[in-house]
Design a protein around this ligand. Structure first.
Ligand code: SF4
Length: 124
């Protein structure tokens, strides 16, 4: 099992906060923190992050050579990022800084790794 607890938890907090900001601005009928569609989006991302092949050293999903989201979910994520991204710096500066630093992580596609490198990736 991959050790991805720290980056997984941080990514989940970040995506949840960004989706809440987007949802409250665009889905005024929503009576809870997230409307059904946005809650489904966060659940979908949680599954993708749990299955992420990069573990604790994952890049930001935007910089990922795999990009495992379905096209419709990717489009939904882009809309959320476009709206919430610029606002995150003021509302959640530490999460924004962590996301920026995560954006410096460079990875190659798992297909380009040797068997030993893939095994090491799983050990991290
Ligand atoms: S897009 Fe890339 S970094 Fe993001 S969860 Fe999928 S495989 Fe991992």
């Amino acid at each position: 099992m991959f050790k991805q607890k720290k980056s997984f938890a941080r990514d989940m907090v970040t995506i949840t906060k960004m989706t809440e900001m987007y949802c409250s601005a665009h889905h005024a009928d929503s009576h809870s923190a997230l409307c059904e569609d946005c809650a489904d989006f966060v659940d979908y991302i949680e599954v993708r992050l749990q299955k992420c092949p990069y573990g604790e050293n994952k890049p930001t999903c935007a910089n990922c050579p795999v990009h495992c989201y379905k096209p419709a979910r990717r489009e939904q994520g882009n809309a959320i990022m476009r709206y919430a991204g610029p606002r995150m710096l003021f509302r959640h500066p530490l999460l924004t800084l962590a996301h920026y630093l995560q954006g410096l992580i460079k990875v190659v596609h798992p297909r380009e790794l040797t068997r030993e490198q893939r095994a090491r990736l799983k050990m991290k």
